[in-house]
Design a binder for this molecule. Structure first.
Ligand SMILES: Cc1cc2nc3c(=O)[nH]c(=O)nc-3n(C[C@H](O)[C@H](O)[C@H](O)COP(=O)(O)OP(=O)(O)OC[C@H]3O[C@@H](n4cnc5c(N)ncnc54)[C@H](O)[C@@H]3O)c2cc1C
Length: 292
């Protein structure tokens, strides 16, 4: 594709995506690009728009399952340091979309700002967390964010303030934006107390989730008033295996993988779970992980 030749310095063709995802599965990206500035990213998005090249934004790859055949179009990673800054001014935090959530958590806890410790143990980046309104029992990222800066598909920079942001359980209205950075408003508190909370939250998360295995976190969203993991467990599906993919014995809403697993094994296991749960409980489980 000649139009992307201008980006040869930051372009890899047919680059396997598995190493960039937590499940370590799936085929290559037709084009994998790692822009070095907002200006370069903006040009890239504009060229992709003009050439009708689909764009996929890869964060930490902790909520994505890449198909075995790979992804056509441009996969963009915001791993350059220019996209992973964390600036703290008073109780306001500006963080680049490529900043690791874990880094933002530790920086804010160190600064004596409370809020992010509730997201302890969630892998991935700020961009990924905002896109899917990541969180859990203790809170969601939507409770902390005050504005989001991003690019439209045309490559225009926009800032969405609080009144234009809308979040729900594991979803946001940011799906049309390439998120570049965001601002968060936190609550000043005693650094030792926040650090203690962070430790407790981390231990609690570690005790229920198979964090040492390869997974992409919860596979399904919880249906209203129910827990997907509980339904899967009640259906007696824990430990069910398709090829190299297995429903975790530790947490039934996690699929873990074994050596030799294929992306298609995970897809088949997801389909099997959905049909069994629909059959037994009349509940239609909606995947939380994104299939690329
Ligand atoms: C062990 C484990 C535990 C987990 N626990 C939790 C949990 O407790 N709660 C929870 O909510 N999630 C959990 N997850 C899921 C996952 O970590 C979160 O969804 C995370 O926020 C995804 O971030 P990421 O950077 O890895 O995004 P990716 O997986 O790379 O991408 C996810 C989506 O976000 C989009 N995206 C990423 N960056 C941008 C950007 N800059 N602009 C626009 N779109 C973007 C992608 O295109 C994709 O659609 C867990 C996952 C694992 C593996």
């Amino acid at each position: 594709m000649s139009s992307l030749n201008a980006f040869n310095d930051i372009l890899q063709r047919d680059e396997p995506l598995a190493p960039y995802t937590w499940l370590r599965l799936g085929g290559p990206a037709q084009y994998l690009l790692t822009p070095r500035s907002v200006e370069e990213l903006t040009r890239l998005v504009a060229v992709c728009h003009d050439e009708q090249i689909p764009i996929h934004i890869l964060g930490g790859g902790s909520n994505i399952l890449v198909k075995d055949e790979g992804v056509s179009g441009a996969v963009i990673r915001l791993t350059d340091p220019v996209f992973s800054h964390v600036q703290i001014t008073g109780n306001l935090v500006r963080a680049g979309a490529g900043a690791l959530l874990s880094h933002v958590i530790s920086e804010t806890v160190r600064a004596g700002l409370a809020g992010f410790e509730n997201l302890a143990g969630i892998p991935g980046t700020i961009g990924g967390a905002l896109c899917g309104n990541s969180g859990g029992r203790l809170g969601e990222v939507s409770q902390l964010v005050t504005s989001v800066t991003g690019l439209t598909t045309l490559g225009e920079q926009v800032v969405r303030g609080n009144d234009e942001l809308s979040f729900d359980y594991r979803q946001s209205n940011l799906g049309d934006l390439l998120i570049i950075e965001a601002e968060f408003k936190l609550r000043p508190d005693n650094p030792d107390a926040i650090a203690q909370m962070l430790k407790q939250n981390w231990i609690a998360k570690k005790s229920v989730q198979p964090l040492s295995s390869q997974s992409a976190g919860c596979v399904f969203k919880n249906p209203r008033g129910q827990r997907a993991g509980q339904l899967i467990e009640q259906a007696g599906l824990k430990g069910t295996r398709v090829g190299g993919a297995e429903i975790s014995e530790r947490h039934a809403n996690f699929i873990v993988t074994h050596p030799g697993a294929k992306s298609s094994d995970v897809v088949r296991l997801i389909d099997l779970i959905r049909s069994k749960i629909a059959e037994q409980f009349g509940v239609h489980l909606e995947p939380e992980i994104k299939l690329w």
